[in-house]
Design a protein. Structure first.
Length: 318
């Protein structure tokens, strides 16, 4: 009996820096037919289509012919809602890059649309597929305090949103992934440095039950850093998201802790988080697994990011 499955028909909407990488991953996967690349710049769409073997290059989703199963939305943030809603209305499962939108009501609407149509809407939180972050989830249960630094140099391509929506939202999702409780208070500060939007920000999140997270994000730093540190009653765990390494210090089984605890260093093998993310998305589309990141996680992260921006706005008015 022939059990070979029909290829999934996929489209990538957005052929910019990150969209090109999405297209490369779809093109490399078996049982996937990359139907089209869609971008407002037709020459750019054609270039990525030629590189990846996509059959069509279009400037509008409406111009993509035939049936579609799955799509990546990798357009500027202000276009996320329109592109994603159009795909959902067409009956297409969607992986949408972070943030899902910059508006909580829009994020909730997209979530409802997907639910009504029984479609997958997976937010693109790439760090969920980083083994160093997964290690924290497994080895640092019941966090009491989380500290995260996500610092990078200035890049002009990422200025369509502020640093909270651009960078800090990764760590917002990580702390929501690690701490199973609602956020009850948000305090924050930040400022523009090189652009007209926030370029550096710090937020303190307090959760029901007493856990706290302190997050710092900057896109105007002289060195890169992507680190998360988790403190709990049982010990300390850290993740370097860039190098995929962990440090773990645990209290002894008898509750003792030596005066100079020896940290356990854990290095993870090379991996491709974007490929893993897209592979998990397509497995959910096929019904082989639950979505790796629920649509509700995208809405929750946007809600906290909006609250952070509102807290900064209040602080800057004082």
């Amino acid at each position: 009996m022939n059990t070979q499955r029909q290829p999934l028909q996929a489209v990538v909407v957005g052929a910019g820096y990150l969209g090109r990488f999405h297209a490369q991953k779809y093109a490399a996967l078996p049982d996937v037919d990359l139907v089209a690349i869609v971008d407002v710049d037709l020459d750019r769409a054609r270039a990525v289509a030629a590189e990846t073997g996509a059959r069509h290059a279009c400037t509008a989703l409406a111009d993509v012919p035939g049936h579609l199963d799955a799509a990546s939305v990798v357009v500027p943030n202000e276009a996320h809602f329109n592109a994603t809603s159009a795909l959902l209305e067409r009956g297409v499962h969607v992986l949408v890059e972070k943030p899902v939108t910059g508006d909580v009501a829009q994020a909730a609407r997209l979530e409802a649309m997907a639910d009504e149509r029984r479609l997958i809407l997976q937010p693109g939180f790439l760090e969920r597929f980083n083994p160093a972050v997964q290690f924290l989830r497994e080895h640092a249960p019941h966090p009491r305090f989380v500290e995260a630094h996500r610092l990078g140099g200035f890049k002009s391509r990422a200025t369509d949103v502020d640093v909270v929506m651009d960078l800090m939202i990764h760590d917002i999702d990580i702390v929501l992934y690690l701490i199973d409780a609602p956020v009850c208070e948000v305090r924050a500060s930040g400022t523009a440095v090189l652009t007209g939007r926030l370029d550096i920000a710090n937020a303190r999140l307090e959760f029901v039950g007493g856990a706290t997270a302190n997050l710092t994000a900057s896109r105007v730093s002289l060195k890169d850093m992507r680190k998360v540190r988790v403190f709990s009653e049982g010990g300390y765990a850290a993740a370097d998201c860039a190098t995929r390494e962990n440090v773990l210090v645990l209290r002894g089984a008898d509750g003792s802790l030596p005066m100079t605890p020896a940290p356990q260093l854990v290095a993870h093998p090379a991996c491709d988080p974007l490929l893993d993310e897209i592979t998990a998305f397509l497995a959910a589309v096929r019904g082989d697994r639950e979505p790796a990141v629920a649509a509700s996680a995208g809405r929750a992260a946007v809600a906290v990011a909006v609250a952070v921006n509102e807290a900064i706005a209040r602080q800057n008015r004082v």
